[in-house]
Design a protein around this ligand. Sequence first.
Ligand code: UDP
Length: 238
Amino acid sequence: PSGGNLYKRVLLKVSGEALMGDGEYGTDPKTVNAIAADVRDVFATGVQVCLVIGGGNIFRGIAAAARGMDRAQGDYAGMLATVINALTMQNALEHAGVPTRVMSAIQMSSVAEPYIRRRALRHMEKGRLVIFAAGTGNPFFTTDTAAALRAAETDCDALLKGTQVDGVYSADPRKDPNAKRYEELTYLDVLANDLNVMDASAISLARENKLPILVFNIHAPGAFAKVMRGEGPFTRIV
Ligand code: UDP
């Protein structure tokens, strides 16, 4: 791996909420551009990067179901929300000079390529950043699971989860001053203690495929590049 990076190919998962900035809904252009700049800096060191973006800033199936919508129907709407975020991120990355392709798990040929694994690999080999949209394409899943799935099937060396805090804590660090950050956890620690990192299916998939998960603060400027060199703060799940 070049540039002091620990990994050659990584998948970065960014939640939809991370794109909201201080807003309560939708996307904040400044925040999107800041994340795009960090991704560009890592991409520029020669790392093959792919992205999964959530949709929670726009639509969540489970929240819609709580208000009376059919769960599966709401989940399809949620997957479409991830496509909106993928196009927004693609725009920001291309403005930052990164060649990108959006590949959607739900066919939408006017705006995105269909997801085809071997074609995704080819894009990465040719120096294009691939954004995987529409989650897994199935209701009752999350984009965390989509991230673990795509990372595993495209042979990524690590799954990086960019969140609002700089790792996994024993309690919510924004509420509890005694909360401590874990340097390293096992997949089973996360599952057995029901730690709020990624859902259980994502953790299980990562565990089966020996895919390390690194949890870090996506809003700390340059943090993505630092994590790639093994510089903290972050929590590693192995
Ligand atoms: N979703 C789904 N299947 C998937 C991925 C996502 O049904 O494989 C739907 C689900 O309704 C979810 C929404 O898309 O609530 C947005 O994704 P997610 O909640 O994972 O986004 P994030 O929390 O990362 O912003």
